[in-house]
Design a protein around this ligand. Structure first.
Ligand SMILES: Cc1cc2nc3c(=O)[nH]c(=O)nc-3n(C[C@H](O)[C@H](O)[C@H](O)COP(=O)(O)OP(=O)(O)OC[C@H]3O[C@@H](n4cnc5c(N)ncnc54)[C@H](O)[C@@H]3O)c2cc1C
Length: 475
């Protein structure tokens, strides 16, 4: 048994991974040799963070096992291959500055491409009336006060937050000086005028449950990362769907991935950790990388328990409720009513995006419901959800009557593998938890987008997997 694996430096680990990636053609074994129970390192979760950590550790000769609760790799990367034009339900945009993700894409010969363009513009729908974004400012049904009338509803919150962004570097959000911004987002509403009407409009694209529960500092951090990404050009997509990336990463591994293994308990025993899965199976390892979203981890028993502050971070850091749905239209109803197919609505179906494919400017519609509306939507029966989507679409866009086919609904919140779309910070949480949000506990190292420091989303998952792998390697 090794406590530290043979290595020389972080740079060499990364260089080695890149050199051998193309040569590793063995598929990841699926539930192949269950007799073996003890490993150098066990990785919990075969999302991007877990797969990236696995590739780095394997390069250093580690003997690994990956335990995955789902029946597929990728986690919150999930291409809907059974929906026309295979849209993505989770992460899809690869930013130009996603260095680790792009390096892996290159190693594995995956193709990136610009997103195909769908028709320009956006329909804004309020109750029974619709207009276009370009006519919004002068629209008779625009309910906003004169001072902000021209601001589109989805940009209201952005227009209330300070410019220039006070965070200078990508990790400035962790500095003491930044803590003065760790306040409720609702405090900034005074900049544009607070009213139930403005709150309702902001709520549609809010990345959390309510304004009082979102930290301004967390939003400033996202803004800083977004600025960094946009300054280097538009994002790209994985040709064939984002799932092709984690699938290729899994295929490049020699280690086993055991699917359907929902870890329910991690217990330290001497120098090793014992894992118990829901099906009663047990495994042990010297090192653990746990990539589970905190919304999932908080229901897993860890012995000895995490220190009090870290336990609070795991229990209290919230996840964005989000549900996505997909439909197609047998005819171009947007040509009939003359409005852009992409829509921002104040209906409970919130936002609907027209997605293009290589050969069709509108191949499929992607609906995205966030926050409290997503929670309410998830409580409906499947039949009621389908009925709501179609009836709301037909009310908002009468020209689509009888033309829509609903293909799929996926709730990230209801999924036991994720329990939400992504982590966000409540006011005061960055100040309270910044020292512990990815601190190792005994031989458990934490990874996953929620534990990243510099990047977010897909690149955040890669960054965190790399950090956790280096922690295991002791470098
Ligand atoms: C709707 C949506 C849109 C997004 N868009 C973008 C985007 O365009 N660009 C971007 O950069 N990011 C985007 N993201 C974020 C990005 O997808 C995630 O940040 C990233 O995929 C997270 O990877 P991860 O490895 O940290 O976590 P996950 O992908 O969640 O991996 C965790 C893994 O653990 C497994 N697991 C869970 N519980 C257990 C258990 N008990 N035992 C064993 N295994 C378990 C899960 O099944 C999963 O495979 C989006 C996310 C969503 C939901």
């Amino acid at each position: 048994m090794r406590n530290k694996l043979n290595f020389t430096s972080r740079r060499q680990v990364l260089a080695g991974l890149s050199a051998t990636a193309g040569a590793l053609a063995l598929p990841a074994c699926v539930n192949s040799s269950e007799e073996k129970k003890h490993y150098d390192t066990i990785i919990i979760g075969a999302g991007l963070a877990g797969l990236h950590a696995s590739r780095l550790l394997e390069e250093e000769g580690a003997e690994l096992l990956i335990l995955e609760s789902n029946n597929r790799v990728g986690g919150r990367i999930f291409t809907m291959d059974d929906v026309p034009s295979s849209p993505d339900a989770g992460g899809m945009e690869i930013g130009q500055m996603y260095a680790r993700a792009r390096s892996t894409v290159n190693d594995l010969n995956i193709q990136l491409a610009p997103f195909p363009t769908s028709p320009r513009g956006m329909t804004i729908n309020i109750d029974d009336h619709s207009t276009t974004m370009s006519n919004w400012g002068d629209w008779e049904y625009n309910p906003l006060p004169e001072s902000i009338k021209k601001t589109p509803p989805f940009a209201l919150m952005r227009s209330a937050t300070p410019t220039p962004n006070p965070l200078v570097e990508l990790d400035s959000w962790l500095e003491k000086e930044a803590q003065q911004h760790d306040l409720p987002l609702s405090d900034y509403l005074k900049n544009i005028g607070d009213s139930p009407l403005i709150r309702d409009m902001i709520d549609i694209s809010l990345q959390g449950d309510k304004l009082e529960n979102i930290s301004i500092l967390g939003e400033l951090r996202k803004g800083r990362i977004g600025q960094f990404e946009r300054s280097n050009g538009p994002s790209e997509m994985v040709v064939g769907g984002a799932s092709r990336l984690p699938e290729a990463m899994a295929k490049s591994l020699k280690s086993s991935i055991f699917f359907g293994k929902k870890v329910t308990r991690i217990e330290r025993n001497g120098n090793k950790s014992i894992f118990t899965c829901e099906d009663g199976s047990e495994y042990s390892a010297n090192h653990v990388i746990c990539t589970l979203p905190y919304a999932v981890l908080k229901n897993i028993s860890i012995k000895p328990e995490l220190p009090e502050l870290q336990r609070r971070a795991v229990n209290e850091i919230p996840y964005l409720p989000a549900t996505v749905f997909y439909f197609t239209s047998s005819e171009p109803f947007w040509e009939e009513d003359g409005l852009p197919p992409t829509m921002w609505t104040n209906s409970t179906i919130e936002r609907v995006f027209a997605l293009a494919s290589i050969d069709k400017p509108v191949a499929v519609f992607w609906g995205l419901i966030n926050g409290n509306n997503a929670i309410a939507f998830d409580k409906l029966s499947r039949a009621a959800q389908e009925n709501l989507i179609i009836s709301e679409m037909e009310r908002i866009r009468p020209a689509c009557r009888g033309k829509l086919s609903l293909h799929k609904i996926h709730s990230w919140t209801a999924s036991p593998h994720s329990r939400g779309a992504w982590a966000y910070w409540k006011p005061g949480q960055i100040t309270n938890f910044s020292k512990v949000y990815h601190a190792p506990h005994k031989n458990i190292h934490f990874a996953g987008e929620h534990t990243s420091t510099f990047a977010a989303g897909i690149e955040g998952a890669f960054e965190s997997g790399e950090r956790a792998a280096f922690e295991v390697l002791g470098i």
